[in-house]
Design a protein. Structure first.
Length: 111
């Protein structure tokens, strides 16, 4: 796992979301949530740990943002173990990454 792979994956997901939104009229934020929630880097514990570890080392600001989002939604109150916490932080990393990529795309289209 590296940051370039993360960006490539997020950009691919973003393209899929835009296409799906145009085809079915679904809100992009709802699709971003669904894509992040079902992504293998979120649902598989080992991959969640890898994503969180990579982000913590390479882009601590993004990791800290995701960790803060996790805490804002109750943090460990909703987790029975640290593996569950990592999957939730990984979810926020993916969700935030997708939303950021969608915002950048909107800025490019508007320019």
């Amino acid at each position: 796992m590296n940051y370039a792979k993360f960006i490539k994956e997020v950009e691919s997901i973003t393209r899929d979301i835009v296409a799906e939104s145009k085809e079915y009229g679904t809100e992009v934020d709802e699709l971003a949530w669904q894509y992040a929630d079902g992504h293998q880097w979120v649902i598989y514990t080992g991959m969640s740990w890898d994503l969180c570890d990579m982000m913590r080392r390479c882009h601590s600001d993004l990791f800290n943002q995701a960790e803060g989002d996790f805490e804002d939604l109750g943090g460990m109150k909703h987790c029975d173990n640290v593996d569950r916490a990592m999957t939730l932080i990984a979810f926020h990393l993916m969700y935030n990454g997708i939303r950021d990529a969608l915002a950048e795309l909107e800025e490019e289209v508007a320019a």
